[in-house]
Write a protein that binds this ligand. Structure first.
Ligand SMILES: *[C@@H]1O[C@H](CO)[C@@H](O)[C@H](O)[C@H]1NC(C)=O
Length: 148
């Protein structure tokens, strides 16, 4: 009985953990399927680098900023402009709850990221991308990934 319970708890933890962190190549597949490869001129490698420098591929990452806003999910989408977290003023340009940005299917995160990257400045709207990805060789982000 105790053993069965242990197995149940252990697999529950695995599922939860899986929901937080997405594997690099699994993310590449999702981004590819949702047609981000080349979207607004940015390659899949740029999107992977962006997700890594912003969240370490953590779908549930929340970071509170000094101004009272927070950044949500794999692309660290900001609540002041893009999503509503009902905690501080939000323009909510993506018309989405910040909680939805962190859904494991990534649909809301990617839809909102498309909107952000379509704004003036493109990926430069993400400071970490500008600092760590822009203008660098990025092909290694897709190493070993089979997108088929
Ligand atoms: C993902 O982010 C959440 C919220 O910021 C944090 O609690 C969790 O520890 C992170 N997970 C990993 C595996 O880093």
């Amino acid at each position: 009985m105790a053993k069965v319970l242990f197995v149940c708890v252990a697999s529950f933890l695995l599922v939860v953990n899986h929901a937080l962190l997405i594997d690099r190549c699994d993310l590449a597949k999702v981004l590819h399927r949702l047609e981000l490869d080349g979207f607004e001129g940015y390659s899949l490698s740029e999107w992977l680098c962006l997700a890594f420098v912003e969240s370490n591929f953590n779908i549930s990452k929340v970071h509170e900023n000094a101004d009272g806003s927070s950044d949500y999910g794999i692309f660290q989408i900001n609540s002041h402009y893009w999503c509503n977290d009902y905690r501080s003023h939000s323009e909510n340009f993506c018309h989405v709850d910040c909680q939805d940005i962190m859904h494991p299917n990534l649909l809301s995160a990617i839809t909102c990221a498309k909107k952000i990257v379509s704004a003036p400045g493109g990926m430069k709207n993400w400071v970490e991308w500008k600092l760590h990805c822009s203008g660098r060789p990025l092909n290694h982000w897709l190493t070993g990934c089979n997108l088929g």
